[in-house]
Design a binder for this molecule. Structure first.
Ligand code: HEM
Length: 195
């Protein structure tokens, strides 16, 4: 499939970071592994979404809304009896007007969410218990299409800045999943699936 040029640029630039993340998260084939993934996802998305909620949308995106899943993530953590991660490092912004690159990473992850939702379901986590954020993302696929159409067509697009912001988003995600793994290695809680 031929990808549009701006998407191809960001996808190529972040391919190694995505692969590293994918490998680190792994296949989550047990409830404990899924819990660790969920904790990492919360460490990544909660601070980034909180920051985004305070920001204006980039020029040309005014009629579009980013997919925000904090509410579902918090409910998923609660379903599994996991604490909301605290004392998270701030999301440090890179230079330049490249917030489109951050939106690319957040919206693009809906593509992978379709696969992850199936894996979660195989463990018994669903759209009403434990994996709400994944199913909500997977269902919101049209948002990705609406985003990527605009990304290709807006007049104001700084490719270098967008790539730097996409890299920063992946770095922040990697740190979030890494710290989740370290926390779980130090302190393994049994995963509780509330009825
Ligand atoms: C185990 C974890 C993950 C798996 C297995 C996975 C898998 C995938 C797959 C299969 C796609 C491509 C789908 C398609 O082209 O139809 C994709 C796309 C994408 N994922 Fe992930 N993903 C994972 C985690 C993440 C995370 C945590 C992020 C964000 C930090 C992310 C960001 C993206 C982005 C930006 C794209 C779009 C790439 C493009 O332009 O095609 N992914 N993912």
């Amino acid at each position: 499939m031929d990808l549009s040029p701006r998407r191809l640029g960001l996808k190529t630039r972040t391919a190694d970071a995505h692969h590293a993340l994918d490998t680190m998260i792994g296949g989550f084939d047990t409830a404990e592994n899924y819990a660790r993934y969920l904790d990492g996802m919360a460490r990544f998305r909660l601070p980034v979404e909180a920051w985004l909620a305070t920001q204006p949308l980039p020029a040309g995106f005014e009629d579009w809304h980013p997919g925000l899943y904090a509410e579902e993530l918090l409910a998923d953590l609660d379903d599994l009896g996991l604490a909301v991660p605290a004392d998270l490092p701030p999301f440090v912004l890179p230079e330049g007007s490249g917030v489109i690159g951050l939106h690319y990473v957040l919206e693009g992850s809906a593509l992978g969410a379709r696969l992850l939702a199936k894996r979660a379901q195989a463990l018994g986590f669903t759209d009403v218990r434990g994996a709400r954020h994944l199913f909500a993302q997977a269902r919101n696929f049209s948002n990705w299409r609406a985003f990527s159409d605009r990304m290709e067509n807006v007049c104001v697009y700084d490719e270098t800045a967008a790539a730097a912001w996409a890299d920063t988003a992946f770095d922040y995600a990697r740190n979030a999943f890494e710290s989740s793994m370290n926390a779980h290695r130090l302190y393994r809680r049994p995963v509780e699936l509330r009825p």
